[in-house]
Write a protein that binds this ligand. Structure first.
Ligand code: BYC
Length: 311
């Protein structure tokens, strides 16, 4: 009974590999999650890409470029992991470019100042790590292995963002104000990255059973708040939530309600930058066609060179 064997393997913490039998719904939900994750990585390059030419020093520019290149690499590992489930990268990309596929809501907000590069690294990559460390133990082998490397790089990203925030918050009054303004704008969208509350999360229950997810959306969001509040205090910045306070009974921070109407509006394509991001992504893909053509031509040339000469 392959279904029973599958369940036993999940129960026993064995990894499921591409050639193993798996329920069709397990395959489908993995394709959904991994492809959305891959799309988020490459769309996530766009808000930061806008700042490469405006970074305040050569060192900052080099670091930002390296971070953006890392995101491209993450996209690559994730598309490759997704392809092991029997889908083609072309199909996944055409779903993204047609606006059908989702990617993380967070990248539909504008990056208005240099401080946003700090806030994105600190908060967005910080939220990403909180969500992705448990994915290193996800039940599908290729996804889990991709996540190990991604998480190592994300933790560097988070630290570089925090270091930008630290420099600004210890700088002039105007620089500190820039850092506060970035925190004000990125705080709530970062909390939304974890997805809808548990009661509205359609996939959580089954995906927790299949050990694709290890923690619920609300659990991870709470951990993120608990981790980030002391970091904001160290920066001397205020988290824009009047209801935020330590709750000794729960041993967690309580925080104010999330604007779920705003979240769903962004997810449905009507956030401040959805159209711009999609337009830029399609452009980047079209302008990169010659690189893909050249890589294919090179591969064919190499193969022909290696082929034995017929006598
Ligand atoms: N934005 O049932 P739910 C990064 C959708 S990359 C948009 O809770 P699930 C980074 C969800 O897809 C960050 N849509 O779903 C990159 C579902 O719709 P469908 C990306 C969202 O899967 C570059 C519906 O809402 N990280 O960090 O159980 C630079 C119901 O949700 C969002 C990942 O992708 C959202 N925020 O849980 C810097 C991590 N949230 O598919 C940083 C992997 C939910 O039914 N993914 N939706 O049409 C996950 O862990 C899970 O998929 C989620 C959602 C926690 C995101």
């Amino acid at each position: 009974m392959p279904a029973q064997l599958f369940e036993e393997r999940i129960e026993g913490e064995e990894k499921i590999e591409p050639r193993d039998w798996m329920p069709e719904e397990y395959r489908r939900t993995l394709i959904r999650q991994i492809s959305q994750h891959a799309h988020s990585e490459i769309v996530g390059m766009l808000p930061e890409g806008n700042w490469v030419t405006r970074a305040p020093s050569l060192k900052r520019k080099a670091i930002l470029l390296a971070k953006i290149q890392d995101e491209a690499g993450h996209g690559l590992y994730l598309y490759a992991a997704c392809e092991t489930l029997g889908v083609s990268r072309e199909d996944l990309l055409s779903e993204l470019h047609s606006g059908k596929a989702k990617y993380s809501s967070i990248f539909n907000y504008p990056a208005l100042s240099w401080a946003d590069m700090g806030a994105i690294g600190w908060l967005v990559d910080g939220a990403a790590i909180m969500n992705q460390i448990p994915l290193c133990r996800t039940s599908y082998g290729p996804y889990a292995r991709a996540m190990v490397r991604i998480c190592k790089e994300e933790s560097f990203h988070q630290r570089q963002g925090y270091e930008i925030m630290l420099t600004l918050s210890r700088g002039t009054e105007v620089q500190k104000q820039m850092a506060q303004d970035a925190l004000n704008r990125w705080w709530w969208p970062s909390l939304m990255m974890f997805g809808p509350g548990d009661a509205d999360s359609v996939h959580s229950l089954q995906n927790l059973r299949w050990k694709i997810k290890r923690f619920s959306n609300d659990e991870l969001r709470q951990r993120f708040v608990d981790m980030t509040v002391p970091q904001a205090e160290l920066l001397g910045l205020n988290i824009p939530d009047p209801l935020l306070r330590w709750n000794p009974d729960r041993n967690h921070y309580d925080f104010g309600p999330i604007d779920w109407d705003e979240f769903w509006n962004v997810v449905r394509g009507n956030g401040p930058c959805n159209r711009e991001r999609l337009h830029d992504r399609v452009n980047a893909h079209e302008e990169g066609a010659w690189v893909r053509d050249a890589a294919i031509a090179h591969a064919i040339k190499q193969r022909n060179r290696q082929a034995p000469v017929a006598s």
